[in-house]
Design a protein around this ligand. Structure first.
Ligand SMILES: [Zn+2]
Length: 504
């Protein structure tokens, strides 16, 4: 049977603030190997009589995220206590936001489909428990306790595993553009949870507010939450697995449980963690220790001023302004720092072309294509191999622009370009100087080239007669001989033309 697939997401993100959410302890953001319980204080350990003070930066960044996603901002917001007992939560309640999140509504467009966002709120993270093997105790580390955590909740309007994955990837890209979180899912800085149910077509209605309702006498199938997802790939696989599992169970008339399931990466399947038959009672109530937040238009204006150009806008501008293709625009703007670098290269290229007396308007599409190709293939390859950051590379935008113009002007062929690129990536330097020092300049003297070609034709009569007998690729062998004879400096295209001319 075909079912309607109903997916919603909950995404927690650690914010890059200097200090924790309600105290002055440093916010370590997972990637520092600090000694356990070395970054704690009476406030984040929940000692009686301590007073939490909300981190203003975290509040502003949550609002900024909301503005980037077209959310509405609550002019009056507050923090609430969410009660549950677990050893990683020293106060036995978590400070979160219940009915008045900082922002609500909004959308993120994924492949032309607008995915509705329910809300984005701010809360505090829990500590970390480890369970040493073979021991009858667990260890608690509160370094992470009370770090700021921003939670985004979507409406259950996502229809496929691929769409869910893309939503999370695009959200990550926006957070990185805003420079408020690295949002690295492998490092736990971004934690994606999906809820999934399968319903029979036309027997249910979307109600809003994260809810669906049955139509007629239909009984809704239960919703399953998946946790413990360590990568975007795992998210997609876990959802795909769950859709298949639920569909098979429903086809076999089995009853599905409302439950939380974890993704088991080793066995590539979801496993039941706990049943959610009864909704947990968190006894939410406003935190009496923290003042409510009044967000007036003056404050909002100040936050709005920090909103940068977002990935979607940058993609469009790259196409319009520089003539990049859809594909190149997407690849080059995926990372804001790469995009900035490319813009500097383009600006230098324009200066180079002006200096050479080439009108930019006629050259810019071809130059954009060349730049897109070299950044998207070779530069990315070298950056990945060395695990390097674009901000620290040795090729300056000026050198990169000169390198592109050498190719554009046909001063070097592609094999010479590879040699020069490797040199400027590993050591830096001026591409023109390297070209001269290594005498990599492409031969542009046809007479000289033709002389070499005549010799090669004379010495390779077998290949020549094979070509004449109809073996087309014999000519490639001859081009190879010319390239070897010129130490790679000939233009292979021109060499081929001259060979064909001289064979006749
Ligand atoms: Zn603290």
């Amino acid at each position: 049977m075909q079912y309607d697939i109903i997916i919603g997401l909950e995404i927690h993100v650690q914010l890059n603030t200097k200090s924790k959410m309600f105290c002055r302890c440093a916010n370590l953001n997972e990637d520092v190997n600090k000694e356990p319980n070395s970054t704690v204080c009476p406030i984040c350990l929940g000692h009686p009589g301590t007073l939490p003070v909300a981190n203003k930066q975290a509040i502003e960044w949550t609002i900024l995220t909301g503005l980037a996603l077209n959310c509405k901002v609550n002019s009056y917001s507050k923090f609430d206590r969410k009660h549950y007992f677990y050893p990683d939560l020293p106060k036995a309640y978590q400070i979160s936001q219940y009915d008045l999140p900082l922002v609500y509504g909004g959308q993120l467009e994924v492949d032309g489909r607008k995915i509705d966002i329910t809300r984005i709120h701010l809360e505090e993270d829990a500590g970390k428990l480890t369970h040493p093997k073979g021991k009858n105790y667990s260890l608690a580390d509160y370094n992470r306790a009370s770090s700021p955590l921003m939670e985004l909740v979507t409406e259950p309007v996502i229809k496929t595993a691929a769409e869910a994955k893309k939503f999370c990837q695009q959200y990550q890209q926006i957070l990185r553009y805003l420079e408020i979180s690295e949002a690295d899912i492998e490092k736990g800085q971004m934690r994606c949870e999906a809820n999934i149910s399968l319903q029979e077509p036309k027997k249910w209605k979307y109600k809003g507010g994260c809810k669906i309702e049955p139509a007629g006498g239909y009984k809704l199938n239960p919703k399953v939450e998946i946790k413990n997802i360590g990568s975007f790939k795992a998210l997609e696989k876990a959802i795909e697995f769950e859709i298949k599992r639920q569909a098979e169970a429903l086809d076999n008339k089995e009853t599905l449980a409302q439950e939380t399931r974890g993704w088991d990466e080793n066995n590539q399947k979801t496993v039941s963690q706990r049943s959610k038959e009864e909704a947990q009672e968190y006894r939410y109530f406003p935190d009496p220790d923290i003042s409510p937040i009044n967000i007036n238009s003056k404050w909002l204006k100040k936050i709005l001023a920090d909103l940068p150009e977002l990935p979607r806008e940058k993609r469009e501008r790259f196409k319009q302004q520089y003539g990049f293709s859809d594909y190149d625009a997407e690849v080059l703007t995926a990372d804001k720092n790469i995009a900035n670098y490319v813009e500097q290269v383009i600006s230098e290229l324009r200066a180079w072309m002006n200096a050479l007396g080439r009108p930019w308007e006629t050259a810019h599409r071809k130059l954009a294509k060349l730049t897109g190709n070299w950044v998207g293939t070779e530069l990315f390859k070298y950056l990945n191999e060395g695990g390097q950051n674009i901000k620290k590379i040795k090729i300056t935008p000026e050198n990169f622009a000169e390198f592109i113009s050498l190719i554009y002007e046909e001063k070097i062929n592609s094999s010479a370009a590879q040699i020069i690129f490797k040199e400027i990536f590993t050591k830096g330097g001026d591409p023109g100087d390297i070209m001269e020092a290594k005498s990599l300049e492409q031969m542009d003297d046809d007479n000289e080239l033709e002389k070499i070609i005549k010799d090669i034709i004379k010495n390779n009569s077998k290949a020549v007669s094979e070509y004449k007998a109809g073996k087309e690729n014999a000519v490639q062998f001859l081009v190879g001989q010319v390239m070897a004879g010129t130490k790679g400096k000939a233009n292979p295209q021109r060499a081929k033309e001259l060979i064909l001319k001289n064979i006749k």
